[in-house]
Design a protein around this ligand. Structure first.
Ligand code: SF4
Ligand code: SF4
Length: 86
């Protein structure tokens, strides 16, 4: 943890997370990621997108832009990214 003299700066890297409750397993984010960081995993009767190496993510947003249900969260505030307003 670093400080700038005025307060604490959170230097934690922003990492993408996927809301498995929203994810339909459509695979659009898998195809969209230029670094191939996302795969689909079977969980019971469902498929969910999983980010394999989130520390390599460049936060380019292409996965979030491709997701039809705004299941991908790309920032530390938890604000949803994507092409829906839900
Ligand atoms: S933000 Fe870009 S690099 Fe990161 S997981 Fe999504 S598509 Fe891949
Ligand atoms: S694009 Fe969205 S709904 Fe489709 S697999 Fe990726 S996270 Fe899930």
């Amino acid at each position: 943890m670093e400080t700038d003299g005025a307060g604490v700066i959170d230097t934690s890297p922003a990492m993408p997370t996927i809301d498995v409750q929203l994810c339909s397993g459509c695979g659009r984010c898998v195809a969209a990621c230029p670094l191939h960081l996302i795969t689909l995993e079977v969980s019971g009767f469902r498929k969910n997108a999983v980010i394999k190496s989130p520390e390599k993510c460049t936060l380019c947003r292409q996965c979030a832009d491709a997701c039809p249900v705004a299941a991908i969260i790309l920032n530390m505030t938890g604000e949803r990214e994507g092409n829906t307003t839900a």
